[in-house]
Design a protein around this ligand. Structure first.
Ligand code: C5P
Length: 294
């Protein structure tokens, strides 16, 4: 890798979109304890924002409605991403003033920290003019977390392995999405540890779905294997799923990742935005569209 690309002068901003697991099957377990997954992942228009500007040393400032719950975190993934990239690029005195505008709930199954780390990698590679190939960047991303590689491209993808095996998703129709979190954060390792039962692979997915209804019908035949242990450890998740399923126009509802954020699929973004407004005001809630493959 070289640092030969021309660095950008002004601040660089990258979106860290919410990652949503439309299904998530646990298909096995590696010797190191990590779980093998098969998951169809999409990215919502709901997003954190990472801005990188030139500076002395590496510093991170936080802002946005969800920043409060991050303040106590000694070692934010954004800073770890910056240090790792600088090390791989062989930069002597890497400098960046990083700003994280936190709008997604923390530790909530929609990849907030992973999406932030991926956005920081993209922003700093541009700011520093680091030339890094996609394979090397993906390997670096994986060192930060299993969900970071899929968040780099931030486009629909099928995710396998522990998160590092990425392939193209079926052709997705336009659809709307509601996200809801009861303002409870859950610890991912505890949810994985509490999972039980046999491992079951995902049946072959079709090349695509014609409309949201057809996609939702197929998704109803799949599941999130982390949903039962998450509900056992955090019963309010069942309430969120019930509320989402009852929204007018909802085609299916499920938990994302290890929770506690759940989602519902709608025929379009406008229906999703209207429905999100009907959820309890003390929940984090969002309704809108999803980024397509192109
Ligand atoms: O990689 P990440 O830091 O996001 O994972 C957090 C924890 O979740 C891991 O330490 C592990 O306990 C669990 N995990 C897992 N299998 C995965 C991803 C995460 O067991 N594929």
């Amino acid at each position: 890798m070289t640092a030969g690309q021309r660095p950008v002068v002004g601040p660089v901003t990258e979106l860290a979109r919410a990652k949503v697991n439309l299904h998530l099957h646990v298909t096995g377990r590696r010797a190191d304890g990590y779980h093998l997954l098969d998951s169809l992942v999409v990215f919502a228009d709901a997003a954190d924002e990472v801005t990188a500007a030139g500076g002395e040393g590496m510093a991170l400032s936080l802002g946005g409605p969800e920043a409060g719950s991050l303040a106590a975190e000694a070692d934010n993934l954004v800073l770890r991403a910056g240090r790792l990239l600088a090390e791989m690029a062989g930069l002597d005195r890497p400098g960046a003033a990083l700003r994280l505008e936190k709008r997604l709930p923390v530790a909530s199954g929609i990849g907030g920290g992973s999406a932030d780390a991926a956005a920081a990698l993209r922003a700093l590679a541009r700011l520093w003019g680091v030339e890094i190939g996609p394979t090397q960047l993906a390997a670096l991303a994986l060192r930060l977390g299993a969900d970071v590689p899929v968040c780099l491209a931030s486009r629909p993808a099928r995710m396998q392995g522990v998160g590092e095996v990425l392939s193209s998703a079926p052709v997705l129709p336009p659809f709307g999405l509601v996200l809801a979190n009861p303002r409870i954060s859950v610890a991912t390792p505890r949810i994985f540890a509490a999972r039980s039962g046999p491992f079951a692979p995902v049946a072959e997915l079709p090349a695509g779905w014609k409309n949201a209804e057809e996609m939702a019908a197929a998704l109803r035949g799949l599941r999130n294997d982390l949903e039962p242990p998450a509900i056992a450890l955090c019963p309010p998740i069942a309430e969120v799923l019930g509320a989402l399923s009852a929204l007018p126009g909802a085609l299916m509802a499920r938990m994302s990742g290890s929770g506690a954020t759940c989602f519902a699929i709608f025929p379009d973004a406008a229906a999703a935005a209207r429905a999100a407004a009907l959820l309890p005001q003390d929940w984090w809630r969002w309704g809108g569209s999803v980024r397509s493959a192109t």
